[in-house]
Design a protein around this ligand. Structure first.
Ligand SMILES: [Cu+2]
Length: 150
């Protein structure tokens, strides 16, 4: 029991150090299903970009999407929450940083579906064109960022 406690304390210290190093609060809570391997790859992408991840595995992703206002048109695999914003799908870390910096009045941003070439959906050299869209509580969407195919 003592060993477990010591291990947990060490883990907390590492998380705090990471938060101090990056200055802004970049803790992100990610909901994903246990069988989602592309979700794990997206988590690795976030980790490489200095996000502190709270990884929540659930078998009821639909309940999470309903709770956070993610419509079927916007839906992808994982749903994440950061500083009150909803992040749906394989959104690049740079777009999340931009969202936190510009603080638009939206519910969140999404990459609907799972386009090839998004972070966590790498398929060799193949990169589809895709949009990162913002959405609000009235289900209005707007292009937040646009990626061309390559
Ligand atoms: Cu995915």
């Amino acid at each position: 029991m003592k060993t477990v406690k010591g291990f947990l304390a060490a883990g907390l210290i590492i998380v705090n150090a990471a938060a101090i190093a990056t200055e802004e609060a970049t803790e992100i809570t990610v909901y994903r299903s246990p069988t989602c391997s592309c979700c794990e790859k997206w988590l690795a992408h976030l980790q490489q970009n200095n996000f502190a991840i709270k990884d929540i595995v659930t078998n009821d992703m639909q309940a999470i999407k309903t709770k956070y206002g993610v419509t079927p048109e916007l839906a992808s695999c994982h749903t994440a929450i950061i500083n009150g914003y909803v992040i749906e799908g394989h959104v690049p870390a740079g777009d999340i940083r931009n969202l936190l910096k510009t603080k638009p009045k939206v519910t969140g941003i999404a990459v609907p579906g799972m386009p090839a070439g998004t972070p966590g959906m790498e398929m060799g050299a193949k990169k589809e064109a895709y949009d990162v869209v913002s959405f609000d509580s009235q289900h209005r969407t707007q292009v937040f960022n646009r990626y061309k195919d390559q």
